[in-house]
Design a protein around this ligand. Structure first.
Ligand SMILES: C[S@@+](CC[C@H](N)C(=O)[O-])C[C@H]1O[C@@H](n2cnc3c(N)ncnc32)[C@H](O)[C@@H]1O
Length: 217
């Protein structure tokens, strides 16, 4: 999310015609796809440790908040097996419409209507998780830090549960300030992940922020 200065309003900016609009903006597609490409590069950052497989098709990857499918399409293009989830049917329907065009029959590409906070997914089933411009919404509607910390911890515990041993997570998101960034990072560090932050333009507003995380237990 780099061009728009104003942050999206959840869920209003993703419902009905807004979902169509989202899906037809070329700059949006370019931004989301470029960011997804960067997330894939970060999955293979040596600072996060080694990966076990040689081929992308040997990995199972989960896309959290896939929207109309831009991030998932890049993952599929690379040849990963992809499960993608989103909370809003209007967005997911668009991803579904495009699915047949891009699906490579050799790999998995499943779209699921689900909440990041309550994932209906099996233990130890993913090598990698990515989230592009969606993870900040998991604290939507939470009034204070205690409520936010609770949901962030619960989600980090769930993500740990569904990841395989040494599984990795890359999250691109837009925290509103340094405190919020630390709340998100701490939720992982306090729940058996190791990791760090990459910020594009640390001194400016509007640069992209990535969390690079690895399950340690
Ligand atoms: C910027 S959009 C889509 C980004 C998408 N990764 C892409 O490449 O286009 C953010 C998405 O996050 C989804 N989202 C927000 N909160 C969610 C939650 N709790 N669970 C699942 N999806 C959520 C929204 O429905 C929306 O489709």
């Amino acid at each position: 999310m780099t061009r728009k200065k104003k942050l999206p309003r959840f869920p209003y900016d993703y419902l009905g015609n807004k979902a169509n609009e989202y899906n037809s903006q070329i700059w949006m597609e370019r931004n989301q796809k470029e960011t997804s490409y960067r997330c894939i590069n970060y999955l293979f950052d040596p600072k996060l440790g080694e990966n076990i497989h040689q081929e992308y098709s040997e990995y199972m990857i989960l896309d959290l908040g896939c929207g109309t499918g831009y991030s998932s399409e890049i993952l599929v293009d690379f040849g990963f097996n992809v499960v993608a989830i989103d909370l809003l049917e209007d967005m997911l329907l668009k991803a579904n419409e495009k699915k047949e065009e891009i699906l490579n029959k050799e790999i998995v590409y499943e779209l699921i209507l689900a909440n990041i906070n309550k994932l209906p997914l099996r233990n130890n089933s993913f090598d990698f998780i990515v989230s592009v411009s969606a993870y900040n919404f998991i604290t939507y509607g939470k009034k204070n830090n205690n409520e936010k910390i609770k949901v962030l911890n619960n989600t980090a515990i769930q993500l740990n549960r569904i990841l395989k041993e040494n599984g990795k997570i890359i999250i691109e998101f837009y925290p509103s300030n340094e405190n919020e960034l630390n709340l998100f990072l701490d939720s992982f560090k306090n729940n058996n992940f190791d990791g760090f932050v990459i910020k594009d333009k640390p001194q400016q507003k509007g640069g992209q922020t990535f969390l690079l995380l690895r399950k340690i237990q």
